[in-house]
Design a protein around this ligand. Structure first.
Ligand SMILES: Cc1cc2nc3c(=O)[nH]c(=O)nc-3n(C[C@H](O)[C@H](O)[C@H](O)COP(=O)(O)OP(=O)(O)OC[C@H]3O[C@@H](n4cnc5c(N)ncnc54)[C@H](O)[C@@H]3O)c2cc1C
Length: 961
């Protein structure tokens, strides 16, 4: 706050009357972290506000309008053209903007702007509907950004985008006035206060309609995808000024007002789908095929040029023949979707027939098997990442988004390829939504030196000439104009249409305060300014494009930092260290980075699953923790690692003592005392919570060996060897005893690894940056498991998913390692009958199980165990091993919406990680424990089968065990 310019200080004071300080960010770290979107531009805001609701944004707008301070809105910040950044006030409408209503049996959906597109589709799934817009970024992009960019994707074309599927909207104008276009009263009051705006829109519409060529040109240009400039089609498609207004908001990139709520008409989700990868000898033939397909029952036609195919030819699942194609070949990935299997087959025949006389290299065939067509789509979806991942460190990956008439597509591809050669962008690949004439091309660019920037400038100038003069196409189909294409809007549209755009902006935002410089900009070189530095920082993150896909998967996002923000700030710290610039800023960044980045990262690696180039920011954080660990701490970790039996023993006693005190004092007093102690210790003592278990009983590993051929090596994790039942449990025995009971029931003989009380998978050490200790523990465990399993002959069961995942990462063949989910489904189901409990339960897939692809499997198992299963939509619980004890705020943040996702009838939840279950119990109000308790509860031995299997196994040596 102290470093703010005077005018912003005054604004801050005004805002603090109704916004708490925690939601108004002004520190250098916060400003830098939020100064980035997915584009290659950077602006550092003066103030970031995490807004709560429409009333609040209305007041912010009124205050800023009065003080003439510019405001930019942000949803998920995945924009590519530099439209979600500012050097003034950034208002974020993401986390607190998740409310929705499903209307008319799924025919419509009302959404707040912070809902992620894919979540809206999940809500609509039971109704077999979805929202129209389908950007490739739908798992991260939010409704506010999808609408404000008029984003679209492979299937939605120009018929199902936000513009076409818009029903109504709540809009805030520049002065904070609210208009609800669905509400007659609101319209009437708006007419009173903003009649001049409505009149101007009507006048503009009348003017255009009176100029036939202009009206026709606008209509023609919007037959193709187009997000260059404003949605001028609103002025030819509608007469009602309210309809014009709300349709102009679509694609307005936050420059005309704030979208506070939107109601979409939903579209059909085809239940049956098939795809075909068609290969043509050259672009011309592929272009001819696209033209034919335009009038056939296809839902997507994705073009991939030869360079695209080449960039993916070594990826998993890519057909081998791709490598042998000629340099001129071109491909189309075609999808068709239908209501029934029969209809799908009919459509396939129609499509194949339509292409009868268009020669292909390989005969056209469709597959309706998801495992096969998903492989094709993986090629298409992997194109941007593959170029991004191959780029030289320090360069930026640029994705462009141009449109041509479908009839011109083959010629346009050739022209683009010539342009790449001319400017030396040799690694460029072209792909795109061919049915709409929308081509993307991806290339790498260095913005570090002026000669490179000059090359980019000349290339962009010539591209603009090629697209607009030669082909009369559009420079942006779906990514929005932003700052990137602002200099070329007039070139594409001509003077007359451009003047109309200027009048639109002037009447909505006369003081030019809403996202100024975006869409319309007088500076012909604005696209070459404020370029984002991409310095080499650390090999684990150098490939990051800052696209922001990781944010929706990150548990600390919104509390401290997201993976993208961790990387952005780390890069800048490295840059400042290198250059010696701004030492005071560097000091401030370093000071805040420790807690906001290093301490509060869950290192769960879910970000890597969402990242197009597979970056696990947790690896960077573990590296930083490693660097930070003092030699004293390393020695202490080694002592703990070599004395695990003693440490777990002492912890067990400690847990029993704490549990005893809890029983005597009661929860309230215990909570007060424990919280007091934690405060006094400067948060060094772990946080107590009422669901902390008592100590687990020591495991008796001396089991009788009875020659049973059905053997399993059971490795109880150190956590479960230490933690027993807690007060919320409806069970009396600890998990390790329960597993023993369950395995016995299924007829297994248990083998424990040697020296069990000292064994550990190493994960608790690696997550804290103690690499050597982790490696040592993991190596010792591997040796013990090899011996116990007779060199991999018997399966190994780990009772915690995180440990199993860590073991899988470090220990390989010949060991066969299983977590509770996989082991139960693969082995126990053979020997046990399941009778589902007649109740609704909740199951939570912990991060490690997610990373191992176990989400569906856990659901399957849960459905065998209970009649109804609810799966909360929460990514990571934030417990992060044992971090939930030292940083309980992370768990509280990760599980902030868990309670509301549990219907009242649920009384029990199940999972596969003991520490995560403590957090889940605390924040849901229902008891969570291992799914193995439930498996034991609902199963009985399959007597006949088990006997028969054993006899066979004894004769043949069972393949499973
Ligand atoms: C790898 C990658 C692939 C992509 N693929 C596609 C694609 O296939 N199709 C496509 O169309 N785009 C694509 N994009 C671009 C981008 O993801 C989309 O345009 C997306 O819809 C932006 O949504 P967002 O939530 O990130 O919005 P943001 O980037 O946060 O904001 C977008 C714009 O909307 C404004 N805004 C945000 N919220 C509001 C609000 N409540 N009211 C008014 N204005 C608001 C912002 O000021 C900004 O101008 C891709 C991006 C990446 C990185």
């Amino acid at each position: 706050m102290n470093n703010l310019p005077k005018q912003y200080k005054k604004l801050y004071r005004q805002l603090s009357e109704y916004i708490d300080e925690g939601r108004m960010l002004t520190s250098p770290l916060e400003l830098l972290a939020h100064g980035t979107d997915a584009s290659f531009y950077r602006l550092i805001p003066k103030m970031v506000i995490k807004a709560n609701d429409i009333a609040e944004v209305s007041r912010i707008l009124a205050n800023c309008n009065q003080m003439e301070i510019p405001v930019t809105f942000r949803a998920a910040g995945t924009s590519l053209s530099g439209q979600a950044i500012t050097d003034s006030v950034l208002v974020i409408a993401g986390d607190n903007w998740k409310k929705h209503n499903i209307l008319e049996n799924g025919e419509k959906i009302r959404l707040q702007p912070g809902i992620i597109g894919a979540h809206a589709n999940n809500l609509l799934k039971p109704y077999k509907r979805k929202i129209g817009p389908d950007p490739a970024s739908i798992n991260s992009a939010m409704i506010g950004g999808i609408a404000a960019n008029n984003a679209s994707g492979m299937c939605c074309g120009t018929k199902q985008n936000s513009y076409q599927t818009l029903d109504s909207m709540k809009v805030l104008m520049n002065d904070g006035t609210l208009l609800d276009t669905a509400d007659e009263g609101s319209r009437a009051s708006f007419r009173n206060t903003h009649g001049h705006l409505l009149d101007e829109l009507s006048t503009l519409a009348q003017n255009i309609r009176s100029k036939k060529p202009l009206a026709e040109r606008i209509r023609d240009k919007f037959k193709m995808k187009n997000t260059t400039g404003y949605s001028l089609n609103a002025l030819v498609d509608f007469e009602d000024p309210f309809e014009i207004l709300q349709h102009l908001m679509i694609g307005s990139e936050g420059t005309l007002g704030f979208i506070g709520e939107i109601t979409y008409k939903t579209v059909n989700e085809d239940p049956f789908k098939a795809s075909s990868l068609m290969i043509f000898s050259d672009n011309e033939t592929a272009g001819r095929a696209v033209y034919r397909l335009k009038s056939e029952p296809v839902s997507a036609v994705e073009l991939m040029d030869r360079a695209s195919l080449k960039s993916m030819e070594n990826a998993d699942g890519v057909p081998g023949y791709i490598k042998d194609l000629s340099p001129e070949a071109c491909s189309l990935l075609v999808q068709t979707g239908a209501e029934s299997h029969e209809q799908l087959q009919e459509q396939i025949e129609i499509i194949i027939k339509a292409l009868d006389d268009v020669p292909t290299i390989i005969p056209v065939s469709f597959t309706d098997k998801p495992e096969e067509y998903n492989n094709y789509w993986k090629i298409r979806k992997g194109l941007y990442p593959s170029v991004g991942a191959m780029r030289k460190t320090g360069t930026t990956v640029i994705i462009e988004d141009v449109v041509f008439a479908v009839k011109d597509i083959a010629e346009a591809i050739g022209a683009l390829q010539e342009l790449f050669v001319k400017y030396g962008y040799n690694e460029s690949v072209i792909f795109g939504h061919a049915l709409e004439g929308n081509l993307h091309f991806v290339f790498n660019q260095n913005f570090d030196d002026q000669a490179e920037i000059d090359r980019y400038e000349r290339f962009m100038d010539e591209l603009a000439v090629l697209v607009t003069d030669r082909f009369d196409g559009a420079l942006k189909a779906e990514h929005g104009t932003g700052r990137n294409m602002a200099p070329y809007v007039e070139k594409e549209w001509g003077e007359e249409a451009y003047e109309i755009m200027k009048r639109i902006k002037a009447v909505f935002d006369p003081k030019d305060l809403l996202n100024p410089g975006v869409i319309l900009n007088n500076d012909p070189k604005v696209h070459l300014k404020n370029l984002k530095p991409m310095p080499a920082a650390h090999e684990s993150i150098d490939k990051c494009t800052e696209c922001g896909f990781c944010e929706s998967a990150c548990v600390s996002h919104g509390m401290t930092m997201s993976p993208r923000q961790r990387i952005t700030v780390y890069r800048e710290m490295q840059r400042l260290k290198e250059t010696g610039e701004q030492p005071e800023i560097l000091a401030s960044l370093e000071q805040d980075y420790d807690y906001k980045s290093v301490e509060t990262c869950a290192t769960d690696g879910l970000c890597a699953l969402a990242c197009p180039v597979g970056i696990n920011t947790g690896d960077l954080v573990k590296h930083l923790r490693h660097e930070k660990n003092s030699s004293r701490e390393k020695k202490a970790a080694s002592r703990v690692a070599s004395n695990m039996d003693k440490v777990t023993g002492i912890t067990r006693v400690g847990l029993n003592v704490v549990n005893g005190v809890h029983t005597v004092l009661g929860t309230k007093a215990m909570d007060a005392i424990a919280t007091g102690f934690r405060k006094v210790s400067g948060n060094n003592l772990p946080q107590w919570n009422p669901y902390l278990p008592k100590g687990a009983p020591k495991i008796d590993t001396n089991l009788p060996v009875n020659g049973n051929p059905r053997k399993v090596v059971y490795f109880p994790s150190c956590i479960n060897r230490t933690m027993g039942v807690s007060k919320d449990y409806d069970e009396k025995i600890s998990l390790t005893s329960k597993v023993k009971q369950l395995l016995k029931k299924a007829g297994y003989e248990i083998i424990y690894p040697e020296n069990l009380s000292n064994q550990c998978c190493g994960m608790p050490y690696s997550s804290k940056g103690f690499r050597e200790q982790s490696k040592d523990k993991s190596n010792r465990l591997e040796q013990a498991l090899l011996k116990a399993s007779a060199q991999g002959k018997y399966p190994v069961l780990s009772d915690m998913s995180p440990c199993l995942q860590s073991m899988k990462e470090n220990i390989g063949e010949p060991l066969k390692l299983y977590d509770p989910i996989e082991f139960t489904l693969k082995f126990l189901t053979q020997y046990l009958d399941f009778t589902p409990a007649d109740e609704t339960i909740s199951v939570f897939t912990v991060c490690s199980a997610k990373k191992m692809g176990q989400e569906e499997e856990l659901l399957k198992l849960a459905e065998m165990c209970a009649t109804k299963v609810v799966v909360p939509e929460t990514n990571c619980c934030g417990f992060a091993g044992d971090r939930g004890f030292s940083h309980p705020e992370l768990t509280a943040h990760g599980l902030r919406t868990l309670k509301e996702q549990h219907p009242e009838e649920i009384t029990r939840g199940f999972s596969t990680s003991r520490t995560c279950e403590i957090g889940l119990t605390e924040h849901s109000g229902i008891s969570y424990k291992s799914i193995l308790y439930l498996v034991d509860e609902v199963t009985t031995p399959k007597k006949n089968r088990a006997k028969k299997e054993d006899e066979t196994a004894q004769l043949t040596g069972s393949p499973d065990i």
